[in-house]
Design a protein around this ligand. Structure first.
Ligand code: SF4
Length: 463
């Protein structure tokens, strides 16, 4: 047992709930439909069913739960890679220090500004800053300056309104500095919760310390960062074990700080340059298993956002959106300078291979056609609706009353400022469709008023 991860307990739960009965699984799914979550035992049963009928019911229920809580919204963001220097040697990552072929780069503030200008001109309002772990290149002073640069970059009506960050664990004092610099979510993935596998995958560098990583979210919370995002790199160890550990992590945060993680990310290993494990993962997760685990996480922690990156191909991503994903990156580059420098992905500078290469506008069109509403909303963070307060707000059904109209308003801004004529026409139809989905007449009326104000030139209107 390391900290709150009790491997013996997890293995016992998996063993005791093997070969679950179909009726038991259907009963669990029925209960989950009420958005009350799942116990570890219930989750273990669903993870271990192979009954196709049960899996189909599970998918339908995950979709229902997602629609009830999140409506049709899908929140969009873009990652921005600050630096690919790294002092670790993770066997699945191209940034590993032994990769001599990788072209290394740390963005200067001028280069970062150009990246942000590019994204603003695409219509993005949210970014996730990412950096390898190397104090010579991306220490806290650098990160603070980078955050300032992002928030102060403006192009026309556009700006980045929420900045999340994925960097190595920091000291309490440095987390406080991040908090004061006004980050949104602090994101960090354990990669694998399985101790032996963790040790093997992280042979050198500060990341070799399993426990330090495990408790990074506790420190972030103590520093006042109450939106934290956890995740696993699927493919390193048995996905069933990892899903139960994600839930243990969520429970731990809830017990300690009164609220679970704001988001869970579900990256799956992808080929990366000179990263031996990336092309031959020890526990590959099939597409069907991946869909299943996304649906189960949605049922287990219904109010926790779930993030999907462009590692997955467009076709699979489109299916996963319905099963529980609430936030997606789009038009991503995973190399520092990747947006402003080149039209094409540069694999010899990137962290991993991107499989959904659609532009932001193409993703917007595709998801709208599927009945989703693209959202660039950043209102909660800026209105103080974070951490426990956000969860209470979400649980009382307010995501529909606030987030849905906010999504409409931000999509309208996108259409006014960044869309071509064809997209504008198409988008207006989406907006009309979504206005009809606002059930509260007062909110509907106010939304229509705000849409008019946007047309008259106002910006950044939200509930
Ligand atoms: S996964 Fe992170 S810590 Fe590991 S080599 Fe890549 S960038 Fe460095």
């Amino acid at each position: 047992m390391v900290g709150f991860i009790d491997e013996k307990l997890v293995n016992n739960i998996l063993e005791e709930n093997q070969n679950p009965k179909k009726e038991d699984c259907l009963e669990i799914i029925k209960k989950a439909e009420e958005s009350k979550g799942l116990t570890l035992e219930e989750t273990a049963k669903l993870l271990q069913t192979n009954d196709q009928k049960v899996i189909q019911v599970m998918f339908k229920t995950a979709k229902k739960v997602k629609e009830r809580i999140y409506g049709t919204r899908l929140v969009l963001f873009a990652p921005v890679y600050l630096s690919n220097y790294c002092s670790n040697n993770c066997l699945y990552c191209a940034f590993r220090k032994d990769n001599r072929e990788l072209k290394r780069k740390t963005l200067t503030m001028n280069e970062l500004k150009k990246e942000i200008e590019f994204l603003i001109q695409q219509g993005q309002k949210r970014v996730l800053l990412v950096a390898g772990e190397d104090l010579r290149h991306t220490n806290i002073d650098y990160l603070e300056e980078a955050i300032k640069t992002v928030y102060s970059t403006k192009v026309g009506n556009g700006e980045i309104r929420r900045l999340n960050i994925n960097v190595a664990p920091l000291s309490l004092d440095n987390f406080i500095r991040l908090k004061n610099a006004k980050i949104g979510t602090y994101q960090l993935f354990q990669e694998t919760y399985h101790y032996e596998t963790y040790k093997k995958m992280h042979p050198q560098g500060p990341k070799a310390d399993y426990k330090k990583r495990l408790y990074a979210m506790d420190l972030a919370q103590k520093a006042g960062i109450d939106d934290v995002g956890i995740g696993v790199l699927f493919g390193l160890y048995d996905y069933k074990f990892e899903v139960l550990c994600l839930l243990l992590h969520a429970q731990h945060l809830e017990e300690e700080f009164g609220t679970g993680p704001h988001t869970i990310s579900v990256p799956r290993i992808e080929p990366a340059l000179n990263a031996p494990v990336s092309t031959n993962p020890p526990y590959p997760v099939s597409d069907q298993e991946f869909k299943k685990l996304v649906a189960i996480i949605r049922l287990a922690v219904p109010y926790t956002g779930m993030i999907l990156s462009t590692r997955e191909n467009a076709q699979l991503r489109d299916q996963l959106f319905s099963l529980g994903i609430s936030q997606i990156s789009a038009g991503s580059r995973t190399n520092p300078g990747g947006y402003s420098e080149s039209e094409k992905e540069k694999f010899d500078e990137a962290q991993f291979k991107v499989h959904d290469n659609r532009s932001l506008s193409k993703v917007i069109k595709d998801i709208s056609n599927m009945g989703f509403l693209p959202s660039f909303c950043t209102a909660c963070y800026r209105s103080g609706r974070t951490g426990d307060y956000f969860m209470q707000f979400a649980k009382s059904g307010n995501i529909q009353n606030f987030c849905h109209p906010n999504a409409i308003l931000t999509f309208k801004e996108y259409l006014l400022d960044y869309a071509d004529e064809e997209m504008k026409k198409f988008g207006e139809k989406v907006i009309q469709r979504e206005i009809q989905n606002i059930t509260n007449p007062k909110i509907k009326e106010l939304t229509i008023k705000k849409l008019k104000l946007l047309e008259d030139g106002q910006r950044d209107l939200y509930f």
